[in-house]
Design a binder for this molecule. Structure first.
Ligand SMILES: Cc1cc2nc3c(=O)[nH]c(=O)nc-3n(C[C@H](O)[C@H](O)[C@H](O)COP(=O)(O)OP(=O)(O)OC[C@H]3O[C@@H](n4cnc5c(N)ncnc54)[C@H](O)[C@@H]3O)c2cc1C
Length: 477
């Protein structure tokens, strides 16, 4: 006898964990499969090298076909939310209007999305990065912005109590303080309390959609395994979900599969100062640009920094010149430009079934990047930097699209019920459904869409969503 699950969720990141929470809260039988390992605040890797190797796909070294862009994505229980900065923004009208136009879906407007944002935010502790949270890198950013008459604002972060330590440098390798609002600290424990079963180190290799159920084949801790679900939710992220559907061989009936891939390519510019900046101490990111011209021009600026391994990758070459670069680690200030990329890339399979990411930079996106990088140069020059270097490496952290949402199978993959066109037992609400790049941090919106998807699934099953006990209600009690 096959053990049949009501819902199987593939992937435990921003989408999978939110879905698991709302489905289990309503009493559904849910199994979650995650390719990565399970860590806790106490067991996260102790250094940057181990964090890259143990928490990221391919050690954080996924490259585009032309080797120009580096893609980083989490492979760990909690997905990207374990290794991300947890900057949580709602989409503005610009992003939602563009989505409504591109996808033809009416709920992409603030008055419809608001209640989904409210619902997921009520499970999160949110904090605006106040002056007391800033390190010298953030102070320099603000000084530069104000000298040039540019508008800025504090970033909003998911964190509960980071305390006053200077150990934020480990945050992107998993938060040991249980402060960063990753899925491990927010939605997953609640879902497990409500009966969610999790198999970590389970990599799904194949999805077979049948009349009565979906079969998932994969390897659990290296051993072949098959599982069966009445409904399967692919929440493996833009790359993982698209790869699974491409492997399912449905591209002929879904010609848009693998298209519309976006990634907010970003560039880091380092300004070297005579006095120590110590950007590695305290919060890596605290402030962002809010200048309305930047939104029109298609980029945003944030202060940023990284551990020594990541910073060393920014400088091409080796030998004494590279050594001289790294010797000045304490003197580096850094600002990133993230572009709202207009030109879509494609995701496809090689003959060997490996994912091939094609994301060349269009002239327009290059111009957006150049304009942003020029402003960063102006900021560092105004502040008196001794030397300024924009790294040629394009980094992509926000991976979006490949299974975009829309109304027709001819130009989209998922419909407004989050159902794959023509495959009624397969659902997707993760970053792969983005119809284009919003130009805004995506994970809060992925959570909000996943809340909507859970409501849709429960309504179809005739189950009323349970009234949730939110963090706010818990605090009030
Ligand atoms: C360094 C970094 C910083 C970032 N900072 C921010 C930020 O500050 N704010 C923000 O909004 N966004 C940020 N992001 C992006 C954000 O983390 C992602 O957009 C978000 O996590 C995507 O959610 P998701 O559910 O679509 O996929 P993910 O969170 O990537 O989850 C997908 C999960 O599926 C698993 N999986 C994949 N394939 C399979 C398979 N075949 N079988 C089983 N499991 C599988 C993966 O291992 C992964 O755990 C950052 C990302 C990075 C890398």
């Amino acid at each position: 006898m096959k053990r049949m699950h009501d819902y199987i969720i593939v992937g435990s990141g921003a989408s999978g964990s939110v879905l698991a929470h709302y489905l289990t809260q309503a009493g559904a039988d849910v199994l979650m499969l995650e390719a990565g390992k399970r860590f806790t605040a106490a067991t996260f890797p102790q250094n940057e090298m181990d964090a890259n190797a143990q928490l990221m796909w391919n050690g954080g070294m996924d490259m585009s076909r032309d080797a120009a862009t580096l893609f980083i994505r989490g492979k760990v229980l909690g997905g990207g939310t374990i290794i991300n900065q947890c900057l949580l923004d709602r989409f503005d009208d610009v992003a939602l209007d563009d989505w409504r136009t591109a996808a033809g879906i009416d709920f992409f407007r603030n008055r419809d999305m608001e209640r989904h944002y409210d619902a997921v935010e009520s499970n999160l502790s949110l904090h605006y990065m106040e002056k007391a949270d800033w390190n010298r890198n953030a102070e320099l950013y603000v000084e530069g912005f104000e000298k040039l008459g540019l508008e800025w604002a504090p970033l909003r972060r998911g964190q509960s109590d980071c305390g006053k330590g200077n150990d934020c440098i480990v945050c992107l390798g998993g938060c040991p303080r249980k402060s960063k609002q990753s899925m491990l600290e927010t939605f997953l424990p609640k879902a497990e309390k409500n009966g969610l079963k999790i198999l970590s180190e389970f990599e799904v290799a194949e999805v077979v959609h049948g009349q009565q159920f979906v079969t998932l084949q994969g390897r659990h801790q290296g051993h072949p395994h098959s599982l069966y679900g009445r409904q399967v939710i692919l929440a493996a992220g833009a790359l993982g979900t698209t790869q699974l559907l491409l492997k399912a061989g449905v591209q002929k009936r879904l010609p848009a599969l693998g298209r519309n891939f976006h990634c907010h390519p970003q560039w880091m510019t380092v300004g070297f100062f005579d006095e120590p900046v110590d950007s590695h101490k305290g919060a890596f990111q605290s402030v962002k640009s809010t200048d309305p011209r930047f939104r029109d021009w298609g980029f945003k600026l944030e202060n940023v920094f990284a551990g020594p391994i990541a910073m060393s990758l920014l400088k091409p070459g080796y030998g004494f010149e590279h050594q001289r670069f790294m010797q000045r680690y304490r003197n580096m200030a850094c600002i990133e430009v993230a572009v709202r990329d207009q030109a879509a890339g494609t995701l496809a399979l090689s003959n060997k079934g490996r994912l091939v990411i094609d994301k060349p930079l269009s002239d327009g996106d290059r111009q957006r990047a150049n304009r942003g990088n020029q402003i960063v140069h102006d900021i560092f020059s105004t502040l008196g930097a001794r030397e300024i270097m924009t790294s040629p490496i394009q980094i992509a952290l926000h991976l979006m699209g490949g299974c975009s949402i829309g109304t027709r199978a001819s130009d989209s993959v998922v419909n407004e019920q989050f159902q794959v066109h023509g495959l009624p037992r397969l659902r997707i609400a993760d970053s792969s459904i983005f119809p284009n790049a919003p130009g805004i941090n995506p994970s809060l919106s992925i959570m909000a869409l996943s809340h909507r998807a859970a409501e849709t699934l429960l309504a179809e099953a005739g189950i009323a969503p349970s009234t949730s006990t939110t963090r706010k209600q818990e605090q009030q009690a």
